[in-house]
Design a protein around this ligand. Structure first.
Ligand SMILES: Nc1ncnc2c1ncn2[C@@H]1O[C@H](COP(=O)(O)OP(=O)(O)OP(=O)(O)O)[C@@H](O)[C@H]1O
Length: 261
């Protein structure tokens, strides 16, 4: 039971316009365009080295593109970074937590970074911890948490300032079935409340079950985009795995490694 995300007038939660980024002369992102709507969960799929993390890092303002622009609810990440970051949360695949703190202390700390005072942060922290089933562990130090509990706490930290776009890099890696289900349920609730999620994943089943739309990226460009059903129809395949293989042109053994199957 999360509080509704405040409504926004801008039509796109995220818009990427002709993004380019090279490292040492080698293109990691090459002419990438995409739009994600509020209330949409968008999964970025692609082989290793396709440019997914670089894209997410550009949106999070951690990597500067060589050219092109990213807009979050109309705010340019490159030219209005403060406004863009205010409505954004980025959860990397190895989030930094402070082991000596309890979960409420950690959330109070993160809230402070966003300029929220303790009186504002405490009820929000309690709501998030209850929502993610961490409230019963509120007196424990984070260093004793399991990986799944840490991942959920990191997600609570990402949500404490009520962002409207959530960027997640491989959010389900290493989680057991129960923790994975809770994180998926939390993400579904978040988009149902009007937030937008962009996540990268190697788990095709996650993309197929959860995403409104999937973007397949290879060589730094979007080679296909659509609902899971549209991707199947476009490739004439029965499974997303087959669609992924067909669209990326990978042979089956290689693609199984890529897709983490
Ligand atoms: N900081 C960096 N310095 C040099 N090259 C980089 C850097 N970051 C990414 N690259 C290169 O850019 C390309 C895209 O990498 P990126 O991490 O964005 O891909 P990815 O799709 O997230 O891959 P994976 O699925 O393996 O995480 C790769 O060739 C990678 O080696």
């Amino acid at each position: 039971m999360s509080a509704p995300i405040p409504p926004e007038t801008e039509s796109a939660a995220l818009e990427l316009r002709d993004l380019h980024k090279s490292f040492g002369g080698k293109a990691a992102v090459s002419g990438l365009n995409l739009r994600v709507r509020p209330g949409e969960l968008y999964a970025l799929l692609g082989p290793n080295g396709a440019g997914k993390t670089t894209t997410i890092r550009i949106v999070a303002g951690l990597t500067k593109p060589d050219s092109g622009e990213a807009f979050i609810y109309g705010h340019s990440v490159q030219h209005a970074a403060q406004a863009a970051k205010q409505v954004l949360a980025y959860l990397p695949d190895d989030p930094l937590l402070y082991g000596k703190l309890s979960a409420p202390e950690y959330l109070e700390f993160v809230a402070g970074l966003w300029g929220m005072d303790a009186a504002q942060a405490a009820p929000e922290a309690e709501r998030l911890l209850k929502w993610l089933n961490l409230w019963d562990h509120r007196q424990e130090r984070v260093e004793g948490f399991s990986r799944g509990m840490k991942q959920k706490l990191a997600m609570a930290g990402a949500l404490i300032h009520r962002p409207r776009l959530l960027l997640l890099d491989e959010p389900l890696t290493g989680l057991d079935a129960a923790a994975s289900r809770q994180v998926k349920d939390a993400l579904r609730q978040y988009v149902d409340d009007g937030g937008a999620v962009v996540l990268t994943t190697h788990i095709l089943e996650v993309a197929e079950r959860m995403a409104e739309r999937i973007g397949i990226i290879a060589g730094g460009t979007l080679i296909a985009e659509g609902t899971p059903e549209e991707l199947l129809a476009r490739t004439g395949t029965a499974t997303l795995e087959d669609a992924f293989l067909s669209l990326t042109g990978l042979d089956a053994p290689q693609a199984e490694v890529v897709a983490g199957l």
